[in-house]
Design a protein around this ligand. Structure first.
Ligand code: H79
Length: 421
């Protein structure tokens, strides 16, 4: 009886011209800010705290009263993203705890109805993004530990004290309704970034219906879904959580096939997505620059996460690193923005990116003063150092290009060479 709904997801999908243009924009943009922020931030123990500390719904409802982000200034967040060289922001509209960070009319489980702050944080951010030319995207959880109609339940959220009954399709209607609010009241939305499908991956998620609704409301809005599988029809980009496309290093993505859509990889600045008071495992600026560059070499965007504090500020450790990243991007951004990965596939020494007739060689782990770049079928005119323009000696034959890279030009983060073809 519900077969018509599920089979809809299998319909072939032809993206609109606006959508294809948005995909190009997305790939050119390369670098975005991921933001995990919600009432869980109050506990300083990450966004999974409801599940991990086995907090029941009744108890979890005490949290919004403590969420009063008086220091939240969207101007500061957007300025920081821009200073870091980021071109878009993807923020949690709703995480797995189901709490809406905007003024939803479909529930009172939201920031305006339940917190002393009473303001629509997403609207404030949307207005500032629009003003500053930053694209806003929403991370939206399929999975919901709060709604009773999220039933039968999946692998997680078993301990939140909900009754053993509920109407699954009512839940999906509710989710679509909330997405409709986000796509009609907050201006142009760059993307919807779904997560949580893996909680019950054999369910009828009615993805086709949801995806069609998104594309009919906003044709240029890109749909992505962190289901750790091959892309489904109706999706416009493919994300790889804490992983470069196809590397399968996380353990939970062994079934993930690399598709044909634009890629995005996301990573944390310490080990947490949502604010974690005790997590001091900060990644260095060098590590994060190298990750961004590697992502570009894999033809992928990089979405770098911050988990703002419950008072609305971003912690100073993150701010320092992001500003350093931005300094690097000011100088070397040309070799990242607007590029595509390749022509040479990633190597142990680094990666390549390309734009027009130029190939940018990013040496991340120098191995030898003689750099051997496999042949990529183009006649090389010159090889030079990106930041100084100094010409380097090279020899091209049928096997590839050998470049002499003197030790004194090596940079400990990234030595960038330009090949003119
Ligand atoms: O929002 C952030 C995390 O909260 C969320 N995605 C990022 C962007 C996330 N949820 N889970 N994970 C990340 C890790 C993956 C866990 C999984 Fe599983 C392992 C999913 C499927 C297998 C454990 C077992 C959780 C569900 C089943």
């Amino acid at each position: 009886m519900l077969i018509t709904l599920s089979s809809k997801s299998q319909l072939p999908y032809t993206p609109s011209s606006e959508n294809l243009k948005a995909r190009e924009w997305f790939q050119d943009a390369k670098f975005g800010m991921f933001i995990h922020w919600g009432v869980y931030s109050v506990l300083g123990d990450g966004e999974w705290v409801m599940n991990n500390q086995r907090i029941d719904k009744q108890t979890y409802q005490k949290l919004p009263a403590f969420f009063n982000p008086v220091s939240f200034d969207p101007k500061e967040w957007v300025a920081l993203a821009k200073a870091a060289g980021m071109k878009y922001i993807t923020i949690t509209s709703k995480h797995h705890d189901g709490f809406a960070m905007w003024d939803s009319k479909l529930t009172d489980w939201d920031i305006v109805d339940r917190t002393p702050y009473k303001k629509d944080a997403l609207k404030m951010l949307a207005d500032e993004c629009k003003k500053e030319g930053i694209k806003l995207c929403f991370y939206h959880s399929h999975l919901d530990w709060y709604q009773e109609n999220y039933f039968p339940r999946g692998n997680t959220g078993q301990t939140t004290g909900r009754p053993d009954s509920g109407d699954w399709y009512k839940y999906l209607d509710y989710m679509d309704g909330q997405l409709r609010e986000l796509l009609t009241g907050y201006g142009e939305i760059g993307a919807i970034w779904f997560d949580g499908h893996w909680d019950k991956k054999d369910s009828d998620w009615r993805l086709g219906t949801t995806y069609n609704m998104i594309h009919s409301l906003q044709p240029a809005c890109l749909v992505g879904n962190n289901h750790h599988l091959a892309p489904f029809p109706g999706e416009d980009f493919q994300m790889f959580e804490k992983d470069l496309p196809g590397q399968k290093t996380t353990g939970f993505n062994t079934e993930q096939k690399v598709g044909e859509l634009p890629f995005e990889t996301c990573e944390t600045m310490n080990n947490s997505w949502g604010f974690n008071l005790q997590d001091k495992n900060y990644k260095s600026t060098k590590t994060l620059i190298q990750y961004l560059v590697k992502a570009a070499g894999y033809n992928s965007n990089f979405l770098l996460n911050v988990g703002p504090m419950p008072d609305g500020r971003i912690q100073p450790e993150f701010i320092t690193t992001l500003n350093e990243l931005g300094k690097w991007m000011e100088k070397f951004g040309e070799t990242v923005y607007g590029t595509r990965g390749g022509p040479v596939t990633p190597r142990s020494w680094g990666v390549t990116t390309r734009k027009g007739t130029r190939v940018f060689v990013h040496i991340l782990n120098p191995e030898d003063n003689n750099l051997l770049i496999p042949d990529f079928g183009k006649k090389v005119k010159s090889v030079s150092v990106f930041d100084t323009g100094a010409k380097l000696k090279f020899k091209q034959d049928a096997f590839g290009i050998a470049v002499s890279v003197p030790a004194e030009i090596l940079d400990e983060t990234d030595t960038v060479l330009v090949i003119e073809t």
